[in-house]
Each structure stands twice: as structure tokens, then as C-alpha cells.
Ligand binder design. Structure first.
Ligand SMILES: C[S@@+](CC[C@H](N)C(=O)[O-])C[C@H]1O[C@@H](n2cnc3c(N)ncnc32)[C@H](O)[C@@H]1O
Length: 274
């Protein structure tokens, strides 16, 4: 995530907006995500997980959601950026009660090298592993995650694709008070490298351009499954989202699948069992 400072005309909506707060609203849905992670772990392992590690945790929103769920839940968030961790502490962890705060820890650490107490669950969401551009780097990260899990631990990642995901296109979504832009700026078919930006535009016309920038590789599902397998995981499963029969829209329910549909854009979860 780019750490660029933003200059805006003072007095505009963009000048007083907080990019992390906007990101959480526009990009994340941590309740749904943690519902899926918690239920899927329990279904696979016939026990509840207790300790969740959130890799590339950013503002640690998911870790906070995990900590709120049960008094027996603990979370550890890892991120390289002190700026984003500080924001998470000031804005998310502060909102937890005292007891919940004692069950969560954030560390400025490189997930490629981190070694610590084994976790029941490791999550790496919003495609953060796509920052790793070579097979060796990605396998190295997955192996490190494998080592960081308990004997019955599970790694959860998400992935996106579909023919629109390889195109240089910009899409916008309206939210209360602002519009979110996902800008697939540059795609290189030879390397599968993609430069993407997130921009925000406000009702007064002011803009926060390149609030976040990602320079990453568009890994495909076969590649991800193969590399997770090479990293030592015993079983890798893809969860495809269902469609609502009436509207034909995605219904938010993810089920195990061995084959998908040729949709222009899709998001899946993957589990990798130790
Ligand atoms: C796309 S954001 C992910 C935010 C969050 N996981 C989510 O679901 O929205 C990627 C984050 O990964 C962090 N990051 C990048 N490389 C890292 C590394 N090697 N170790 C730890 N954190 C890293 C960045 O600082 C950034 O906060």
C-alpha cells in the first residue's frame, strides 16, 4: 500500500477525509469474512478456533472482529507499516473494551520472516499476497504460514479473477458521502503484473487520487492451488460464491467447488489445511 502523502485544497471534503476509514467502508466486510472463516474452520476441524493471526493486517479490522466474537478468541495482526498499525490502534483497537484489548496484539513485522506462537487460523485477505510476484516468493510466504499454524491449523486467503480483472478499466461504487473508484491502470500480459489505484471522490467535487496503489501480480486459481500444495499444505479447497435465483446476482454464500463459471469478475476464498 502506498504511503504517499496527499495534498488537497484546504476546506474540501477530500482535505479532511481519512483514507483508511474510507477504505474500510468501501473495501472491507469483516463481519461476513469472519463469519465465513469461523464457520468453515469449525466445519472442517469439528472444533472452534481460538487464536487467529491476520497477515498484511493493515488497520487490523478483521482481528478486532475476531476478538469481539468470543471471550476465548485471541488475535495477532502483522503489518510492515507502522502508520497503518497506529491508525488501527487509534481507531479500531480503542473501540474494543478493556478485556478485548488484552486479547489482541499488533506487531510491525514482515510476514515473510515472522516466527511466533502457532495460530489456529491465519488469514491474508484482500489479495495482499499478490504483492509477492515470483513463485519462489509466494511459495516462501505460504511455507512460512504453514509453519505458523497449529497441527490442525488452516490458512484462509481470498482471490479475484474473471476476464474483467485482466483489463485496464475503472469501476465506481457510490457510498454515503463519497464515490469509490477501483482503477486497474496498467496490466502487462507477459508478467501478469497489474498496477491498481483506489481513488475517492466527494460530493463537493474534490478528489483523493491514488489514496492507495497496488503493484501486484494477478495469480490465477490453478497457480495458487499448486503453490499452496508445494508449500506443504495437505488439502487446498476453493469456495465459489452462489447466485441468487431471482436476481441472478452473487448471494454472498460460498461453497466448495471444483469448477467455476466464466463470469466477468468473481471473488473466491481458498482454505489451505495443514
Ligand atoms: C491490501 S493491504 C491489506 C489490508 C487488509 N489485509 C485488508 O483485508 O483489507 C496490504 C497491507 O500489507 C502490508 N504489507 C505489505 N507487505 C508486507 C509484508 N511483507 N509483511 C507484512 N505486511 C506487509 C502493507 O503495509 C498493507 O498494510
Amino acid at each position: 500500500m502506498s504511503q504517499k502523502r496527499h495534498k488537497h485544497k484546504s476546506g474540501t471534503a477530500a482535505s479532511s477525509a481519512d483514507r483508511h476509514a474510507l477504505y474500510e467502508i468501501a473495501v472491507q466486510s469483516v463481519e461476513t469474512e469472519i463469519d465465513f472463516v469461523d464457520e468453515t474452520f469449525t466445519n472442517i476441524r469439528a472444533r472452534q478456533a481460538g487464536f487467529l493471526r491476520e497477515d498484511f493486517c493493515g488497520t487490523a479490522n478483521s482481528s478486532c472482529e475476531w476478538t469481539r466474537r468470543r471471550p476465548s478468541n485471541h488475535a495477532l495482526g502483522l503489518d510492515l507499516s507502522q502508520e497503518v498499525l497506529d491508525w488501527g490502534i487509534a481507531n479500531n483497537i480503542k473501540k474494543l473494551n478493556k478485556k478485548q484489548q488484552q486479547r489482541i496484539q499488533l506487531l510491525k513485522q514482515n510476514v515473510l520472516h515472522y516466527q511466533g506462537k502457532p495460530a489456529d487460523i491465519i488469514i491474508a485477505m484482500n489479495f495482499s499476497y499478490q504483492l509477492l510476484k515470483t513463485r519462489d516468493e509466494l511459495r516462501g510466504y505460504f511455507s512460512r504460514a504453514h509453519d505458523g499454524l497449529t497441527e490442525d491449523g488452516i490458512l484462509f486467503i481470498d482471490a479475484y479473477g474473471g476476464h474483467d480483472s485482466w483489463r485496464e478499466i475503472k469501476e465506481k461504487t457510490k457510498h454515503k458521502g463519497f464515490t469509490y473508484y477501483w482503477d486497474q491502470k496498467k496490466f502487462d500480459p507477459i508478467t501478469a503484473n497489474m498496477i491498481c489505484h483506489i481513488h475517492f471522490k466527494f460530493k463537493d467535487g474534490s478528489k483523493m487520487k491514488k489514496a492507495f496503489t497496488y503493484d501486484w501480480r494477478m495469480w490465477t486459481l490453478p497457480e495458487l492451488q499448486e503453490i499452496l500444495d508445494e508449500a506443504g499444505f495437505s488439502k487446498v479447497t476453493v469456495y465459489w460464491e452462489g447466485t441468487d435465483e431471482d436476481s441472478g446476482e452473487w448471494d454472498g454464500i460460498y461453497s466448495t467447488a471444483e469448477h467455476g463459471e466464466d463470469e466477468p469478475a468473481w471473488i473466491v476464498y481458498l482454505t489451505a489445511e495443514k
